[in-house]
Design a protein around this ligand. Structure first.
Ligand SMILES: [Zn+2]
Ligand SMILES: [Zn+2]
Length: 287
């Protein structure tokens, strides 16, 4: 498959990368489960891995379906583009950096707005950390409004197919930061999101909560005050555990809790809006 074909069908990118993902998973499983060289929280548990893979398949399916609608919207908005941007090596790097900046704000909003957290919590609800954790994605992202965060790129004048390609490339590259097999990467730690930085992001130690939102570049966290280096051993998961390997329960439990809270009798409108859009209680430091 050549690059032009991939740009026209960006949804195939993760499938193209799949063999590489599986080699990494096998190596990590061998190091952790067979050779016992990794922490216990890096081990593979059949029920959880099956849940993680099911979540990935559900996410991919929802993305393809929602993508049909979102592609129409992006094309309409593309009609009002501000600049005529021709794709080449320079504009490709520019698009990757711009999308990574938008990703930082999407990810930060996903932690600080309960409506978006209801989708993103799926990614955080495992108490283990290995490559299969990267597969924990929610089919509810299109409903939660993820696509809004890439609209500025389309309005700027980046071709919608390229935008979607770069969104998925960013997601695909993030697979590689979900591991405990890599400790620190020297000078790369200054500029890039690394396994060490991302382990912090998955921590529920109080000092690690809502930190290191980076996708590819860690500079955004350093610029906007959300960077914390890995120091204390990370305890993985969330403060309100989901305690299930059922992908449907994992996907919908926070939506169910949120809608049950918002429909509580006798609440004022501002309280109800607060339940939907204020930071989630399950992810606050004082919880
Ligand atoms: Zn997150
Ligand atoms: Zn992650």
């Amino acid at each position: 498959m050549d690059i032009a074909e991939l740009i026209n069908h960006p949804e195939l990118l993760l499938l193209v990368l799949a063999p590489l993902f599986f080699v990494c998973i096998l190596l990590e499983w061998y190091l952790g489960d067979r050779r016992q060289k990794l922490p216990v929280s890096a081990r593979y548990h059949a029920k959880e891995v099956l849940c993680n893979f099911s979540l990935a398949a559900m996410h991919q399916g929802a993305d393809i379906l929602a993508g049909l609608l979102i592609a129409k919207l992006y094309l309409a908005v593309f009609g009002w583009k501000l600049f005529d941007i021709q794709m080449g090596p320079f504009t490709f790097v520019l698009l990757m950096v711009a999308q990574d900046f938008c990703y930082y704000w999407f990810h930060r909003a996903s932690h600080r707005i309960r409506w978006m957290w209801a989708a993103h919590v799926v990614h955080h609800s495992s108490e283990n950390m290995n490559f299969s954790t990267a597969f924990r994605q929610s089919l509810m992202y299109p409903f939660a409004g993820m696509w809004v965060f890439w609209l500025p790129l389309v309005i700027l004048g980046f071709d919608p197919n390229w935008v979607v390609f770069v969104v998925l490339l960013n997601l695909g590259l993030q697979f590689f930061v979900h591991t405990q097999a890599v400790r620190k990467l020297g000078p790369l730690e200054w500029l890039f999101n690394t396994p060490s930085h991302h382990r912090v992001h998955h921590g529920r130690n109080p000092q690690y909560i809502d930190k290191n939102y980076a996708g590819i570049l860690i500079i955004w966290d350093k610029l906007f005050g959300t960077f914390v280096p890995e120091d204390e051993t990370v305890i993985y998961g969330i403060t309100k555990p989901v305690n299930s390997f059922n992908p449907l329960k994992v996907t919908f439990s926070e939506w169910r809790d949120m809608f049950s809270d918002v429909t509580t009798k006798g609440l004022s409108l501002s309280k109800r809006l607060g339940i939907l859009f204020a930071p989630p209680a399950s992810h606050q430091k004082d919880d």
